[in-house]
Design a protein around this ligand. Structure first.
Ligand SMILES: [Zn+2]
Ligand SMILES: [Zn+2]
Length: 237
């Protein structure tokens, strides 16, 4: 664990002692073990009838939407229960950029059942490039994977997947530019063979990143790949 990561942990623990627990999104007082008040929990929006492949709303009676039936993604299924908007956006942005590491736990508490029926050998968080990891001090996808691992008793592999290209942020890029930006950005060298794996990320936007990762995981012989994230962006920005 890096020095900065230890510092963030200690600061969080200290703030818990000094400050009363407040709802992460609206700021009203809540009990110490609930991070989000009941009103904001009720306001968390779930993706309605999601496609089991791409996680987007699916109007058909089949499990997968017409787009995925026509062109199936590289992964087998996706779980991204929340719509990336309003409250969810604030909680995830704070997890990602404002060192609010406990926000992963806060959201997962309310959506854990969606992942429970999906059995995989290992959880593989989307890695940051070393330069970004040093700058931020932690990887939000790893925080989510660690929490899921504890709650679902599935091991996490934090070492085998590496981001070998310092890509520019995907945010703000068009779909084709995202695809090009992330191409050949990852390397996967597992110490052991996995039959199945779940790629863990905070949000899925166009799916370019998880698609590129699926490619390298498949090459290693993993037959069943899932994508698990907290939220699905219904449109990219
Ligand atoms: Zn609230
Ligand atoms: Zn689909």
């Amino acid at each position: 664990m890096s020095g900065r990561r230890i510092y963030i942990n200690l600061r969080y623990k200290l703030s818990q002692i000094l400050n009363p627990a407040l709802c992460l999104t609206c700021g009203i007082p809540v009990s110490a073990d609930s991070f989000i008040c009941k009103y904001c929990v009720a306001a968390l929006e779930l993706v309605p009838t999601p496609c089991s492949s791409c996680g987007l709303p699916n109007q058909t009676s089949r499990n997968t939407c017409p787009v995925c039936q026509h062109r199936p993604p590289r992964w087998h299924s996706m779980i991204a229960p929340l719509i990336y908007s309003a409250n969810t956006r604030k909680i995830i942005q704070d997890l990602k950029f404002n060192e609010q590491l406990n926000n992963a736990n806060a959201l997962l508490t309310h959506i854990l059942d969606y992942y429970r029926d999906h059995q995989v050998d290992v959880l593989i968080p989307v890695p940051l490039h070393t330069s970004r990891l040093l700058e931020r001090g932690y990887n939000q996808a790893e925080e989510i994977a660690t929490t899921l691992s504890r709650l679902l008793d599935i091991p996490v592999d934090r070492k085998s997947l590496k981001r070998i290209k310092a890509t520019e942020s995907q945010s703000g890029l068009s779909i084709s530019k995202r695809h090009k930006n992330i191409l050949k950005a990852f390397q996967f060298s597992p110490a052991r063979c996995y039959k199945s794996a779940a790629i863990i990320d905070d949000i899925v936007t166009t799916g370019s990143t998880v698609s590129e990762i699926s490619k390298v995981l498949k090459r290693s012989g993993i037959k069943h790949i899932e994508v698990w994230s907290l939220a699905r962006a219904l449109k990219h920005d």
